[in-house]
Design a protein around this ligand. Structure first.
Ligand SMILES: Cc1cc2nc3c(=O)[nH]c(=O)nc-3n(C[C@H](O)[C@H](O)[C@H](O)COP(=O)(O)OP(=O)(O)OC[C@H]3O[C@@H](n4cnc5c(N)ncnc54)[C@H](O)[C@@H]3O)c2cc1C
Length: 436
């Protein structure tokens, strides 16, 4: 039997993704003692597909019960290790409908991290051709804000999704390591089973590593295990409202062969420019995947599509991110079920039509256009404000908070990291620093 180690801190934070790393960093900067528990390892960076697969749940082949692909990373930094680095402002409806103003926190974060729009010199020939086509169709298309230090970015590198080798891409690992520098204890390969609850108050957590069991006592517990991990922990801790319905922002990519007048350009960074207003439920942008990822998508589509690989250097790629409806559930054992509703499918069709129009306008050969199946990459809304947590992110259990993609009260449809970081800063600023 494994030995049990007892430890204590002011705060225990579960999960080192964008939500957890921010809370741990902000509290450590204030001199609070923090234990940060991360289920995944502190993986090294290899900057290639196998290295990326090691960080992903089930090597990237995780799915919902219905078989829809679902990506999430389990490593220090969570899914931000493999994200595209797009920094989109918090949705305005958070302030309008819920009186949650994340804007001041997002502004501070932009300053601290150095978030800036993609500069002109970073936009490669393919992204530029797509932008020109969108403008010709009167679609507003602009450079995105990015979590990227453009001076350090290699530019002709499509590998943000593998984990950035140059360190140009900011990830939540940066905040987790900063917390450690300020005294936080980061414990990797520590899977939290459940929250300890005594007399209606959270008093710590039970976790397990490959070597030992951990019995951790804390004044405050923050669950930041992500859109799928958090509801499972809450369910195992007796909060039965968690995990009821979720959104996942499905992503589809449409590819087409560039016209002959364009030079080959196999290496361009993803998500540089796009249609960022998603009032119609669609965010659209350029998104070339690295070649092995493109190959995997063609394999998904069937043997007939593999020949597309020969033309990879000529492929223009337009992504469609859909604001899907909240349906399905997450269970205590972390399995999840979700289907696409009729409304989701109609939105996807509209997005695909628009992406094809842009590619045709860019000069792509109509016969070469191919669309990938939807992938779920941003699960959230599983411990919603108004249902599982209040506006200050506290659950009905005193001293038990949630801070990650789970708390969004409505579907997002936008890359959510900047909002999640802002939630983390706000939680410490408006609540935790006053009670600790
Ligand atoms: C391929 C890809 C590209 C993306 N691109 C972008 C982008 O460009 N911009 C953007 O804003 N967003 C992007 N996203 C989404 C973004 O990465 C996620 O929404 C974000 O990381 C969620 O943050 P989080 O804190 O909620 O949870 P996560 O990042 O999921 O972190 C949760 C952490 O908790 C740990 N954990 C889970 N269960 C337990 C447990 N029981 N005990 C201990 N630890 C546990 C996990 O291992 C994980 O490290 C992308 C996602 C993917 C997959």
């Amino acid at each position: 039997m494994k030995p049990t180690r007892k430890i204590s801190a002011d705060v225990v934070v579960i999960g080192s993704g964008p939500g957890g790393a921010t809370v741990a960093r902000e509290l450590s900067l204030l001199g609070k003692s923090v234990i940060l528990l991360e289920r995944g390892a502190d993986h090294k960076f290899y900057g290639n597909l196998p290295g990326c697969a090691l960080m992903l749940e089930k090597l990237g082949f995780g799915t919902t019960m219905e078989g829809h692909p679902m990506l999430r990373a389990m490593t220090t930094g969570g899914s931000s290790m493999l994200y595209g680095g797009a920094a989109i402002d918090p949705p305005p409806w958070l302030k309008k409908n819920y009186e949650i103003d994340l804007e001041p926190y997002a502004r501070m974060l932009k300053e601290e991290i150095g978030i800036k729009p993609t500069p002109d010199h970073m936009i490669g020939p393919k992204a530029r051709r797509i932008m020109k086509a969108a403008h010709e169709l009167n679609i507003s298309w602009e450079p995105m804000n990015k979590f990227i230090d453009h001076d350090r970015c290699k530019q002709k590198c499509p590998e943000c999704f593998y984990g950035c080798k140059t360190g140009a891409k900011w990830t939540a690992r940066d905040f987790a390591y900063e917390a450690v520098e300020k005294g936080a204890s980061l414990i990797n390969k520590a899977r939290v089973e459940k929250v300890k609850i005594e007399n209606g108050k959270a008093t710590g957590v039970f976790a397990e590593t490959p070597k030992e069991k951990l019995d951790i006592s804390s004044r405050v517990t923050v669950v930041s295990a992500g859109g799928l991990g958090t509801p499972s922990i809450l369910l195992r801790s007796g909060i039965q409202e968690a995990g009821d319905r979720f959104f996942a922002d499905p992503l589809i990519i449409t590819y087409g062969n560039a016209p002959e007048d364009m030079p080959d350009s196999p290496k361009e960074p993803p998500m540089l420019c796009g249609k960022l207003d998603n009032a119609d439920g669609l965010l659209i942008g350029d998104l070339p995947e690295p070649m092995p990822m493109f190959l995997l998508q063609m394999l998904y589509l069937g043997p007939g599509k593999i020949k597309n690989i020969r033309k990879y250097p000529r492929k223009l790629a337009v992504m469609i991110k859909v604001r899907d409806e909240m349906v399905g559930y997450v269970k205590a054992d972390e399995t999840c079920s979700k289907h696409y509703t009729q409304a989701d499918r109609e939105k996807m069709e509209r997005g695909i039509e628009l992406s094809k129009k842009i590619l045709l306008q860019a000069g792509c050969d109509a016969k070469s256009i191919v669309t990938t199946p939807p992938r779920m990459a941003h699960p959230g809304g599983t411990a919603r404000i108004g249902q599982v947590v209040d506006n200050d992110l506290e659950t009905k259990i005193e001293n038990l908070y949630v801070c990650d993609a789970s708390v969004f009260p409505e579907p997002c449809g936008i890359p959510p990291v900047l909002s999640i970081l802002s939630f983390g800063k706000r939680l410490v600023d408006t609540r935790l620093k006053h009670i600790l």
